[in-house]
Write a protein that binds this ligand. Structure first.
Ligand SMILES: C[S@@+](CC[C@H](N)C(=O)[O-])C[C@H]1O[C@@H](n2cnc3c(N)ncnc32)[C@H](O)[C@@H]1O
Length: 245
């Protein structure tokens, strides 16, 4: 059961945003009202994953939250592809497990509690998804995480990355933020909710520019890096490993 997100509707003592029990119970409502085209992004990730997921391999969702992405993928991928969801919120993993049970997942899966700031161990991955998760990894550890993903990724496998991003220059950055807050207002978030959430996320969600993410992926070895989604300060990218000369 998902409730309406009212996490920041009452005045709070300033504190960093956490994916704890209060957020987990409203997360699906929060993400659909806070991320433009979230459902379309989910659909696009599924469409892309179908073309890269290989029978007998593993599909990873890093920062799997309540399991929405893997549940969507379960409907379309062959059942001999295993799923691995990783998250560092025990409450999220519990909710994810119960959502998997309700959805009757048709394959072998494994949910792992791990901190991605410490890197990641992958086995036989053809698709790795990070949907709105890299932005929460401390900048100091992002290069190592992308390096880990690239080095363990199967040949011709892909990383699907969805991120909140900064505008390439400060003029558009300011405008994009303004348009984004208008979007939140249209989705019934009030001024206090918008400003309290912004403050809570300030030290926790650190967006890069789209070009910085692109450079990061290319520098770590990914050969093909394409942007498949862009809405002001949100983007979706796919990066493919291919080492043939
Ligand atoms: C915005 S949510 C991801 C949304 C989800 N992927 C989706 O498609 O709806 C970010 C998730 O990353 C997890 N997370 C944040 N920092 C993490 C870390 N250092 N290690 C592992 N998981 C982390 C959070 O617990 C949360 O579930």
């Amino acid at each position: 059961m998902t409730y309406q997100d009212k996490v920041f509707r009452v005045e709070k003592t300033p504190a960093d945003f956490k994916f704890g029990a209060n957020v987990v119970s409203v997360f699906d409502d929060m993400v659909t009202r806070s991320v433009p085209f979230y459902l379309e992004i989910q659909r696009m990730m599924t469409e892309i994953a179908i073309d890269f997921a290989v029978p007998g391999s593993n599909v990873y969702d890093l920062g799997c939250s309540t399991g929405t992405t893997l549940i969507n993928l379960d409907r379309v991928l062959s059942t001999d592809i295993n799923f691995i969801g990783i998250d560092d919120s025990k409450e999220m993993l519990e909710k994810c497990k119960s959502n998997f049970d309700n959805a009757g997942l048709k394959r072998t899966y494994n949910l792992q509690y791990a901190d991605l700031n410490k890197g990641v161990k992958l086995e036989n991955p053809s698709v790795v998804i990070m949907c709105l998760t890299l932005q929460f990894i401390r900048p100091l550890y992002r290069e190592k995480l992308i390096e880990d993903i690239y080095s363990q990724m199967n040949e011709n496998g892909c990383l699907i990355l969805i991120e909140k991003v900064l505008g390439e220059d400060s003029l558009f950055n300011r405008q994009f933020i303004k348009y984004y807050y208008d979007y939140k207002r249209r989705n019934q978030y009030n001024e206090m909710e918008i400003s309290q959430k912004r403050e809570a996320l300030e030290n926790v969600l650190i967006p890069y520019k789209l070009m910085e993410n692109r450079e990061l992926l290319l520098n770590k070895g990914f050969r093909y890096v394409e942007t498949f989604f862009k809405w002001y300060n949100f983007c979706g990218m796919v990066a493919v490993k291919n080492t043939t000369i």
